[in-house]
Design a protein around this ligand. Structure first.
Ligand code: PEP
Ligand code: MG
Length: 864
């Protein structure tokens, strides 16, 4: 056969067989690429170029591969491999066998199996096994090699070979049976000569590649039917099993992510099929994992990825057979590697930050369920608060508190939650609700507390009397176990195992680098000193929203109820005084935790239905009547926010005085929180003006009493479309705006934030009207357009107005990118989303398409 190839370096003919043989490492210098060398040849070239030790071997390039079936070329190949490995086939002192494998220009399925035992003969097998130290060391691989050569290289009918194998259960007897079938039916005995074996093996591999089965596999992968493959001949150096063998390794520990070779090791000769047992841990390798460290480190630095290798070991010397970037590396490994690469100078910090997405940060921060696939999925709801938990069903806050007191993990399951349930929610490990959406009470409180929650579970039916709850198809009783993942919104029956390992310290490093790259500030929505402390540790730069009504949850509820339900002015004044005292304590603790950072304190925004007693629980008949008269058909559109303050005119002054006097007290300790007082749910400039006057008067009162003028900024939330449209007029009275995108979304769409996700949005998403809940991902076209317009109008009046967002969108990466694009100064989100927001803000700033000019200035007023 006359084989020529127009590609440089590939020229072969029977007269010059050696020219078709490309030693590993020389493909590139001969101008060959993956089309000629196959993926394996290219990989080996790369390893050699990196100075790593590879298994000695050569490639017969695609297009010329059939030449290896010619005796001359096969003999030249054997000689070349002998020369490369410094050993000779048949030398019993330092024995050598050959392996033949194939690869295509890209990674594909359906390649012929490797022939891993060429050069062995019935006479030499015993000696080889003695060197290895195991009498049966070669039998299986040898039988597989002979079987395939017999069928595809010598045309012995497969049925005869199968019969021979079935009749001979003992491994060595199987090889002998195959050899005698060959002698009888191939018209010639199976050759002993290694070159002849190699030539037959090459024909067998190519015939197998040409078989109908292989063609079908190519068709299924949409590969050309005539796709050429390259052949590779490798040295298989035989050595004693206690110091020789083969294995696979990855560069990093899956749990810690640290550089630490992990893998398994097998003694004996590498098989084509996966080994039948799991092998021994790498540490059992003579010489230890240290043998692989250099290669794995070098590869990581080159590929910038956690890597995996196939290796051979002979007498304590490692050589590589394959290496690649790990296809799905553990997240921890990717984080630690990114930091290691920067420390080694192999990557710059921005590039390292770009490698880890905000969603991955979230994944690292929260526990995960360890799923096996055998779990019983009860239901899917809205992923309301990330994290995973497992625990016992509690159908009331009281039961959750009891269980927690007994040291049990309770999962609080309710139709919906109200402020009265907060103590139970905080005692529980997780929360499930049948109603409510991403911005519902249960979701907001759970996120703030860092508890996993799934809300809006369709079909969740509570039967309090029976002490049962139907979730999906199952009826669970109080005390039954459930597990949930608040990141995916899934609920499972029973106790599942939960991974609790915290993020690697390298994540903090990466987040610090992210901080250097981002323009947007990141603050926290926090109501208590404890939440502030948690959030500051997670990197929050200040508080973007303290919802003061959240300071009246649980046992504090009567304080605010008394104000709302006071029978007469004297009772109201008394109730206000109690509220002011309680607030003073809260604010002192909060401001102390805030220290010198900015803090936005929002004056009371109490949707009445959350704070009114249930019918029959007001106390006396008169209070019952007053409560009844305050109940609203549409409480989220009723007596809320600034409206309540205008009806109860002492409410905001009482709060503001408590806040300012707390500031004076805290400032005396040496810290100066940068106070921002915020008015909620404003639609009319007049509302803001009136509320601002209350605050100003309170500041004057405190100044008169203490002699200290408290520095503060006054601002408003932009939560109604009217407020957004009147941003210029509002900016006349406000030094900052915070976009309350929960209410702004509710009011822009007219979607009830508590109901619509459960009822409407699923159908809208199925229909393709929406790709995500607008309560989770900011709607850029409607709500976002209002924000953009408000930003422009506000800055036209007050160019230095400070602008932020504090709705739930402040923790969503896509929404954060939007906020960056419209030039807001900061986002504010729940404590446990702060690291996600830091990373999202950095990714937004590092987007390649981003305009160089940037938008506005950052929180400190320095240019972006
Ligand atoms: C908002 O409406 O976006 C907001 C932050 O306020 P709340 O969720 O307390 O109504
Ligand atoms: Mg709001």
């Amino acid at each position: 056969m006359n084989i020529t190839d127009p590609r440089p370096g590939v020229a072969a003919s029977p007269q010059a067989p050696g020219l078709a043989l490309v030693p590993y490492g020389q493909g590139r210098t001969r101008g060959l690429d993956a089309d000629a060398l196959g993926t394996h040849g290219v990989a080996m070239d790369r390893l050699v170029a990196l100075g790593l030790t590879v298994v000695p071997g050569l490639t017969v390039p695609a297009g010329t591969a059939a030449s290896l079936g010619e005796p001359g070329t096969a003999r030249a190949a054997v000689e070349l491999v002998e020369q490369l490995s410094g050993r000779r086939v048949g030398d019993s002192a330092r024995p050598l066998l050959l392996r033949l494998s194939a690869s295509a220009p890209t990674d594909i399925a359906g390649l012929p199996p490797d022939l891993a035992c060429l050069g062995v003969t019935p006479d030499s097998a015993g000696d080889l096994c003695t060197v290895i130290g195991r009498a049966d060391a070669l039998d299986e691989v040898w039988a597989a090699t002979v079987r395939m050569i017999a069928e595809y290289g010598l045309d012995v009918p497969a049925a005869l070979l199968d019969d021979a194998l079935l009749d001979s259960p003992a491994p060595r007897a199987r090889v002998e049976a195959l050899l005698s079938v060959v002698a009888r039916h191939a018209g010639r005995p199976f050759p002993d000569d290694p070159a002849e074996q190699l030539a037959l093996a090459a024909r067998a591999v190519l015939a197998r590649w040409d078989s109908p089965r292989a063609r079908r596999a190519r068709k299924a992968q949409k590969l050309p039917a005539d796709l050429d493959i390259a052949l590779h001949v490798q040295a298989l150096r035989i050595g004693p099993a206690d110091r020789s063998g083969y294995g696979t390794a990855v560069s990093r520990h899956p749990e810690t992510g640290r550089f630490s070779p992990q893998g398994s090791f097998f003694r004996g000769v590498r098989r084509s099929a996966p080994p039948p047992h799991t092998g021994e841990p790498l540490e059992k390798l003579s010489g230890g994992t240290v043998l692989l460290e250099h290669a794995l480190l070098t590869l990581e630095r080159h590929l910038h990825a956690p890597v995996s290798v196939d290796f051979e070991v002979r007498d304590g010397e490692v050589s590589l057979l394959a290496a690649s970037a790990q296809s799905r590396p553990p997240l921890r490994a990717s984080v630690c590697l990114a930091v290691d690469l920067v420390r080694d100078g192999a990557l710059d910090k921005d590039a390292a930050v770009r490698r880890i997405g905000p969603a991955q940060v979230q994944e690292l921060l929260h526990p995960q369920l360890k799923l096996t696939g055998d779990e019983e999925l009860l239901a899917r709801g809205l992923p309301a608060s990330p994290g995973a938990a497992t625990g016992t069903v509690a159908l009331s806050s009281e039961r959750a508190l009891e269980l927690a007191a007994e040291g049990a993990h309770a999962v609080l399951v309710m139709h919906e939650t109200t402020p009265a349930d907060v103590p139970g929610m905080l005692a529980a490990t997780a929360v499930l609700t049948g109603s409510g959406g991403i911005a519902s009470h249960a979701a907001v409180v759970a996120r703030g507390a860092g508890k996993p929650a799934v809300c809006g579970i369709e079909g969740l039916r509570l039967d309090k009397a029976a002490g049962t709850v139907r979730i999906g198809e199952r009826v669970l009783s109080e005390g039954d176990a459930v597990s949930l993942d608040g990141r995916t919104g899934t609920v499972y029956a029973g106790t599942l195992s939960v991974s609790v390992a915290g993020p690697p310290p390298e994540l903090s490093t990466l987040l610090e680098w992210a901080d250097d790259s981002r323009r947007l500030g990141v603050r926290v929505n926090a109501d208590t000193a404890a939440e502030v402390t948690t959030a500051v540790a997670l990197g929050a730069e200040g508080v973007g929203l303290c919802r003061t009504e959240h300071q009246f949850l649980g046992d504090r509820l009567p304080l605010i109820r008394s104000v709302i339900l006071a029978a007469d002015p004297a009772a109201r004044d008394e109730a206000l005084l109690a509220l002011e005292h309680a607030q003073h304590e809260d604010f002192t603790a909060l401001l102390t935790a805030v220290a010198d950072r900015p803090v936005t304190v929002r004056l009371l925004d109490a949707p009445l239905h959350e704070f009114l007693p249930a019918p029959g629980e007001a106390g006396d008949a008169a209070a019952e009547q007053r409560a009844a008269s305050l109940r609203e058909a549409n409480p989220m559109l009723g007596l809320r926010g600034v409206r309540l303050a205008l009806l109860h005119e002492r409410l905001y002054p009482a709060q503001a005085e408590a806040l300012f006097s707390a500031w004076v007290e805290v400032a005396a300790t040496g810290v100066r929180p940068r106070l921002e007082v915020m008015i909620p749910l404003v639609s009319l400039p007049e509302e803001l003006q009136a509320a601002a006057a209350f605050v100003r008067d309170a500041a004057e009162t405190v100044a008169a009493r203490t002699g200290v003028r408290v520095p503060y900024r006054l601002g408003t939330m932009i939560e109604t479309p009217r407020a957004a449209l009147l941003a210029a007029e509002l900016a006349e009275h406000a030094e900052f705006f915070s976009f309350g995108t929960n209410d702004l979304t509710q009011l822009t769409y007219g979607f009830s934030r508590d109901d619509v996700e459960r009822q409407v949005l699923a159908s809208y998403q199925e229909r393709g009207f929406l790709t995500a809940s607008p309560f989770a991902r900011l709607d850029p076209h409607g709500v976002g357009a209002l924000i953009a317009l408000a930003v422009e109008r506000a800055r036209s009046v007050r160019p230095d107005i400070k602008l932020g967002v504090c709705g739930e969108h402040g923790g969503d990466p896509e929404s954060i990118a939007f906020c960056d694009d419209v030039g807001l100064d900061y986002v504010s989100c729940s404590a446990h989303r702060v690291p996600v927001a830091r990373m999202a803000a950095a990714h937004s700033a590092l987007r390649e398409s981003r305009s160089e000019s940037g938008n506005g200035s950052n929180e400190n007023g320095t240019p972006a």
